[in-house]
Design a protein around this ligand. Structure first.
Ligand code: SF4
Length: 214
């Protein structure tokens, strides 16, 4: 690796519950990634997208954020539509999709049981999110997908949460100079229930593009 970014080891034990779940999945699915999922995209990007955590059969299987499940179908389709990615999304880490000025990570890098993380796990993994943010010298905007990611980003940046409530399509100008944008998470649950439509997701990206293009 060409940089010195702090990353968790493949057997990171900081979250005992997630390490136990990982061990179970390694036994059941030995061909899967089954470890902390590394970030995807150029460290010099201006935009960082922060999700919640890997999906069991998505990123936890393929080893690339949002790759291999419904949330990735919507996210990568949108990135391609807004010229923030090149190539085609194939649902596997070797599909040769290239991100443009975007990096993607998760607030919690290991898959949690039932897609639910606990506060201690978000807190433990924050050191790696902080390392990402610190290493992204051209970073201008962070897109938080959901309330957990929103909270993790604010904690990482030592910004007051009470002054920055999560709201879909909200834009927060942070004290440190970065912009935080919010979106409902692009999960199948949110789209099935109508909480997030593709038009609503597109609207967030229209805002992001206009900010980063300035
Ligand atoms: S979620 Fe993060 S801190 Fe917790 S075990 Fe995985 S890599 Fe380590």
């Amino acid at each position: 690796m060409s940089d010195h970014l702090q990353r968790p080891g493949h057997d990171c034990l900081l979250c005992p519950r997630l390490a136990d779940f990982r061990a179970v999945n390694r036994k059941a699915y030995p061909d899967w990634h089954n470890g902390p999922v590394p970030s995807f995209g150029d460290i010099d990007a201006a935009i960082l997208i922060v999700g919640l955590a890997p999906g069991l059969r998505g990123a936890n299987r393929t080893g690339r954020p949002f790759t291999g499940d419904y949330a990735g179908d919507l996210l990568y389709r949108t990135l391609l539509e807004f010229s923030l990615a090149d190539g085609s999304y194939g649902g596997e880490a070797d599909d040769r999709l290239v991100l443009k000025n975007v990096r993607i990570t998760n607030a919690v890098r290991c898959v949690p049981p039932q897609n639910k993380v606990v506060a201690a796990e978000t807190a433990a993994c924050r050191r790696f999110l902080a390392a990402e943010v610190g290493a992204m010298k051209n970073l201008r905007l962070v897109l938080a997908l959901g309330t957990v990611a929103h909270g993790a980003v604010l904690s990482t940046l030592a910004e007051k949460k009470s002054a920055r409530k999560f709201s879909h399509a909200a834009i927060h100008n942070l004290d440190g100079g970065l912009v935080l944008a919010d979106s409902y998470h692009c999960s199948r649950y949110n789209t099935n229930t109508g909480r997030l439509t593709t038009a609503m997701f597109d609207h967030v990206f229209e805002k992001i593009i206009s900010i980063v293009s300035c």
